[in-house]
Write a protein that binds this ligand. Structure first.
Ligand SMILES: Nc1ncnc2c1ncn2[C@@H]1O[C@H](COP(=O)(O)OP(=O)(O)OP(=O)(O)O)[C@@H](O)[C@H]1O
Ligand SMILES: [Mg+2]
Length: 226
């Protein structure tokens, strides 16, 4: 379970990005985070992957306070959470296959398993035949599917996606959403930050709405109502 306990994030005296947020996300949930630009969606996700630290309050994953975790164990936590970004963040000098495999190599996984698991996730995202292409030889939708494969390959408990469809046309965007749904059905928690009203309204899942850093609604089968 993920638990935000009265979390605030104050970047500077004039910028409170998250204010007194208390929130629980259960294992295997698919939940979306919506709200206007600057509402604190990305900050919420960054707090979760401990890219940012809360100014006050605590964040627990599986009963562990993530800001009490030693530096040495932080990479282990990060592997439990896969992250996908709007701009893919693929390494341009590595092929699609190598981009995915790299996530396992840095974790010291042995070559044979790296090879097998990378192939397997490329299958899942439907790009088994594109492994030897470099990012600039892939379409936007394909790049995002590779980024998703990279997030998945460490078998995370949670996938966090920040505007993953933001740079894609609607068809490619829906491919990514369908993959996130499939990944969720296979047992992974999915947390999706998005501006896309159509996607939110057709998902029919939990929607958390932020405004100026505050939680203003949290609904089981929510709609995008801004
Ligand atoms: N590193 C930072 N330093 C200072 N202020 C920041 C930083 N990152 C974000 N902010 C500020 O915190 C607030 C929330 O930003 P955040 O990126 O979380 O919003 P968002 O909901 O993701 O917006 P968008 O929909 O535009 O992506 C904004 O006022 C933003 O300017
Ligand atoms: Mg954002």
């Amino acid at each position: 379970m993920i638990f935000f306990d009265k979390v605030s994030k104050i970047y500077s005296p004039s910028v409170t990005a998250i204010e007194d947020l208390t929130l629980k996300i259960n294992p295997k949930e698919f939940c979306s985070v919506v709200g206007p630009s600057g509402a604190g969606k990305s900050t919420l996700l960054k707090l979760l992957i401990s890219e940012e630290r809360p100014s006050t309050g605590r964040i627990f994953i599986h009963d562990q306070d993530i800001n009490q975790i030693s530096r040495r164990r932080l990479p282990y936590l990060r592997r439990k959470i896969g992250m996908v970004f709007q701009d893919y963040k693929l390494l341009p000098t590595k092929t699609a296959f190598e981009n995915v495999a790299f996530a396992l190599e840095v974790a010291g996984v042995n070559d044979r398993i790296v090879e097998d698991d990378t192939r397997q996730v490329l299958e899942i995202v439907g790009l088994a035949d594109k492994g030897s292409q470099f990012p600039d030889e892939l379409s936007g939708g394909e790049k995002q599917r590779i980024a998703l494969a990279r997030a998945l390959v460490s078998r995370p408990d949670v996938i966090v996606a920040d505007e993953p469809t933001g740079n894609l046309d609607p068809l490619n965007g829906w491919d990514i959403i369908r993959l996130l749904i499939k990944i969720n059905e296979l047992g992974t928690t999915v947390i999706l930050a998005t501006h896309n009203q159509e996607i939110i309204n057709s998902l029919g899942r939990r929607v958390i709405t932020l405004e100026k850093g505050r939680l203003v609604s949290d609904e089981e089968k929510g709609q995008y109502v801004l």
